[in-house]
Design a protein around this ligand. Structure first.
Ligand SMILES: [Zn+2]
Length: 227
């Protein structure tokens, strides 16, 4: 069994998850943990109120395997693919990765700062890593994401909202325009929003929690004071 098959072997339970929980230590109880050293403490007074959605695949367009975990662990074999050469100086991470089959991996606890957004700005606030949680979807800018990924993402979003006062979800492309393009045109913001609202209704009977979260594309996510 190669590594790719091994990944698949542990994944079937993920799409059928019905709920998720983020512990007080910032680790999701249902995620497969791959702790990364590419993180640092958040400022004591910071309010984590932003969710940033990304896409990643290594090499680009190829799914499965262990290269994303390796990159976040600073152990990527740079000779394994020509594309990896340009990643040699990177020290990056995200809090979460959602595989094509919906499996959830976590690298950094949400109480810490992951290094996912880089130079970025939201509503006039720079360095989005300081006050955001980063979620990578395994994918590219050029093909649709899998329904299983949306299901996991919506469950995770709901769980994160019970632990952090999230107000807004944006894409990396929205906080680093001109520099980043992910999650890209195939990420379906409308489907994602609907799933979040449906989950909130199912868990609370009201759905108001889901609707209070602002998603990119909502009129209210365009900050009036943003430069
Ligand atoms: Zn990104």
């Amino acid at each position: 069994m190669n590594r790719n098959e091994a990944d698949k072997a542990v994944s079937p339970s993920a799409p059928s998850l019905l709920s998720m929980e983020i512990g007080s230590d910032g680790w999701c109880l249902q995620a497969q943990r791959h702790p990364s050293s590419n993180c640092d403490p958040r400022a004591a007074d910071v309010v984590v109120d932003l969710l940033v959605i990304h896409n990643i695949s290594l090499p680009p367009g190829q799914f499965g395997g262990h290269y994303i975990e390796d990159l976040f662990a600073n152990r990527l074999d740079f000779k394994a693919d020509p594309y990896f050469q340009q990643l040699q100086s990177l020290r990056v991470s995200a809090h979460f990765l959602i595989r094509r089959d919906g499996m959830l991996l976590q690298f950094v606890p949400t109480v810490a700062r992951a290094w996912h957004a880089g130079v970025s700005c939201f509503a006039g606030r720079e360095r989005c890593n300081d006050f955001s949680i980063g979620i990578e979807l395994e994918g590219t800018d050029f093909i649709p994401f899998d329904p299983a990924q949306y299901r996991t993402l919506a469950l995770l979003t709901g769980a994160l909202r019970t632990r952090h006062p999230l107000t807004t979800v944006v894409g990396h492309e929205h906080v680093a325009p001109g520099r980043k393009t992910d999650p890209g045109p195939f990420f379906d913001w409308d489907d994602y929003r609907k799933l979040c609202i449906a989950n909130a209704k199912a868990s609370t009977g009201a759905g108001c929690a889901g609707m209070a979260l602002r998603f990119h594309g909502d009129a209210s996510t365009t900050p009036k004071t943003d430069a």
